[in-house]
Design a binder for this molecule. Structure first.
Ligand code: SAH
Length: 453
């Protein structure tokens, strides 16, 4: 019987989508080993034994997997971000494709074509957004970084390989300012202190930077000096915002923003259209991949010019607006009021006249539209991780669109919803995984469903 602290030899034969390699003992027990790679022969120390599986820690690599590479980030395995910096990108893509296929087949019970993953041209520096918790270590040094895996312990990161280099400059200026002026740093356990998070956004095409400080209060003492430092170091700084969050909560942003510099928004481009982005609005974190994802969604929507399009969970209107020239009408639904306002302005600035946007909960709005007799030809779905759910699937199916294009950031909830669709006469034609978040465990996909005549 395997027990804690045993040292065993293990061959890694598969990998979980969350970033662990898996091998089996002679008795068939699955052992999960973080930071291992398929093909590794390892010495593993057993940390925990359950009935049908165990967790282990890599002690020594006896024979490395051919997919292994040297991790190139000092924070890898500590910071809770990347899980795949120790294997080749090709291997990561294989694992992600398999994650989507497994979910669709096992959770959804659906046999369909899973296309090869749309891979990234650039696997580093692709993120245009960072939300970094601010804390203090035992010696009172200001820390800005990421929570480590499954915890609220901050791993200090001067620079993150997934983010633009400029973010490191913002972090540095903020850290130096906080240290010099002894800014009270928010303490999660007591709810005391001021500075909570540093939130940065970058619009790549227009080269515009947004810096937002989340504070337990209204602003920061000496904030004019902070602004001056930022402006001097970063010529492309477009706006600085103070977001007020006085709640004792894990939710990062509070409900009120005060613009301290600039207009409070930045502007970026996707598929040739311009988009305004506010701090509260959702914006795709990987712009280059978002363009590829949207073109796939457009291909699936297969518009001829006469269709009525319904874009549910539309954010700032991006997916629908990039298709608006190919359809007769567009309705977008989104729950965040600022995002809806952005969507309306985005329609205007791109000369789109056939679109309207509704600020509401997607399932409720869809039902309302259905009762009003709205019958879209194509429905786009792009929900958050929890997916659409059966109620919304039911409503969409009742609207009888010819095609449903489902964009998803969680294969498990996608698969569950595809099953709900299947039960209502919608066939999943194909699914294309898209790597929006390379080096991390997350994978996006887009599915095409058509109505069974
Ligand atoms: N399609 C957009 C946004 C996708 S992210 C894009 O590609 O940019 C998912 C969006 O759903 C977010 O903007 C989020 O605010 C919104 N959302 C979350 N819950 C919702 C709900 N219950 N009803 C409507 N929108 C919701």
């Amino acid at each position: 019987m395997l027990k804690k602290n045993d040292l065993i030899q293990l061959k890694i034969t598969s990998a979980t989508a969350e970033g662990s390699g898996v091998g089996r003992t002679e008795d068939g027990l699955a052992v999960f080993v973080p930071m291992s790679a398929i093909g590794d022969e390892l010495t593993v120390r057993i940390l925990k034994v359950k009935k049908t599986y165990a967790f282990g820690k890599l002690e020594e690599i006896i024979t490395p997997s051919p997919a292994r590479i040297e991790p190139d980030c000092p924070n890898f395995s500590k910071c809770g971000g990347c899980v795949w910096r120790h294997i080749t990108y090709a291997e990561e893509c294989r694992i992600k494709e398999r994650k989507v296929r497994d979910a669709v087949e096992r959770i959804g019970g659906i046999q369909t074509e899973i296309k090869p993953i749309i891979a990234c041209d650039r696997t580093d520096r692709y993120r245009n957004k960072a939300q970094l918790p601010v804390g203090k270590d035992r010696d009172g040094n200001v820390q800005i970084g990421f929570y480590s895996f499954h915890s609220h312990r901050i791993v200090d990161c001067g620079d993150c390989a997934l983010q633009p280099e400029q973010f490191a400059e913002v972090i540095k200026i903020t850290r130096e300012f906080a240290q010099k002026y002894d800014v009270p740093i928010y303490d999660e356990t007591t709810g005391k202190g001021r500075l909570r998070h540093l939130y940065i956004r970058y619009a790549e095409i227009s080269d515009e930077l947004m810096v937002c400080y989340v504070v337990n209060g209204n602003g920061l003492k000496h904030e004019d000096i902070l602004l001056k430092n930022l402006r001097e170091a970063l010529p492309n700084l477009k706006t600085v915002i103070f977001n007020s969050n006085r709640e004792k909560t894990n939710v990062i942003l509070g409900s009120k923003n005060r613009v301290a510099y600039g207009e409070g928004t930045i502007e970026d481009e996707l598929c040739g259209k311009r988009f305004r982005i506010s701090p509260f609005s959702f914006w795709q974190v990987n712009r280059a991949q978002a363009e590829k994802l949207y073109s796939k969604a457009r291909e699936y929507a297969n518009l001829s010019g006469s269709e009525n399009l319904l874009d549910l969970y539309c954010g700032t209107g991006t997916i629908g607006l990039t298709m608006a020239d190919g359809c007769a009408s567009l309705i977008g639904v989104e729950i965040i009021p600022d995002a809806v306002r952005d969507a309306e302005l985005n329609a205007e600035r791109n000369g789109v006249k056939n679109a309207r946007f509704i600020c509401a909960d997607a399932p409720a709005a869809a039902e309302q539209l259905r009762q009003e007799g709205v019958s879209p030809d194509v429905v786009i779905l792009d929900p958050p991780r929890k997916g659409c759910g059966e109620e919304l699937v039911e409503t969409v199916a009742k609207m009888q669109p010819e095609r449903v294009v489902y964009v998803s950031c969680d294969p498990a909830t996608l698969a569950r919803d595809l099953k709900y669709f299947a039960e209502r006469g919608y066939v999943t034609r194909e699914v294309t995984p898209c790597d929006m978040f390379s080096r991390t465990a997350h994978v996006e996909s887009v599915a095409l469903l058509t109505r069974n005549p």
